[in-house]
Write a protein that binds this ligand. Structure first.
Ligand code: IMP
Ligand code: MG
Length: 174
């Protein structure tokens, strides 16, 4: 195993199986209309790439870059938007794709921003949910796994930009 990794929490096969199921859930949920899947970068890039290939209906993909400050392991509660799609959202079903919901700050900020653009519907899909967020603007409708309330890396998740490439989700050594 990689240096600094303490324990694998969700391995490659477990993730692949669940992502496949999420794709099926999402496909069944959206019966008609235009669907735009928006991935929150950077953390969702691997999940998003795997997920959209399991959504068996027409859709478009865009990205939104929301960064929280610093390289720490605790969510600082400030969210900066670095890239914001200019795509028209009016009348479209929007599905936000997140890597992990921790404090919920990122999801809340992004939901407010998207709602102002009058989409037809707004839902969120997150690979991991720590279930510690209070006052979520929207509760993600599609959730990969409940995650332990500890710091996780891999499958897109980073610590100071490292470990994103790991094919599994794991905890770090102290
Ligand atoms: P929130 O705004 O506190 O919900 O956190 C959202 C963002 O913080 C996520 O999209 C991740 O990029 C990052 N984050 C939260 N928890 C973790 C973690 O356990 N490992 C790595 N990144 C995390
Ligand atoms: Mg991060």
């Amino acid at each position: 195993m990689e240096r600094d990794i303490a324990r694998v929490v969700f391995d490659e096969q477990v993730i692949a199986d669940r992502v496949s199921e999420l794709g099926t859930e999402i496909t069944g949920y959206y019966q008609g209309g235009d669907l735009l899947v928006i991935g929150l970068l950077k953390g969702s890039f691997i999940f998003l790439a795997d997920l959209v290939r399991k959504i068996r209906r027409a859709h478009k993909v865009d990205f939104l870059v929301a960064a929280s400050y610093g390289a720490g392991k605790v969510s600082p509660g400030t969210v900066r938007l670095l890239y914001d799609p200019n795509t028209e959202l009016v009348g479209k079903h929007i599905l936000l794709v997140e890597d992990i919901v921790d404090s919920g700050n990122t999801l809340n900020e992004v939901c407010r921003l998207i709602r102002r653009r009058n989409p037809k519907s707004l839902e969120a899909c997150t690979l991991l949910h720590k279930r510690i967020a209070l006052d979520l603007e929207i509760e993600p409708r599609f959730i990969g796994f409940d995650a332990p309330p500890v710091f996780l890396v891999g499958y897109g998740l980073d610590h100071a930009e490292n470990f994103r490439h790991l094919p599994y989700v794991a905890t770090l050594e102290e």
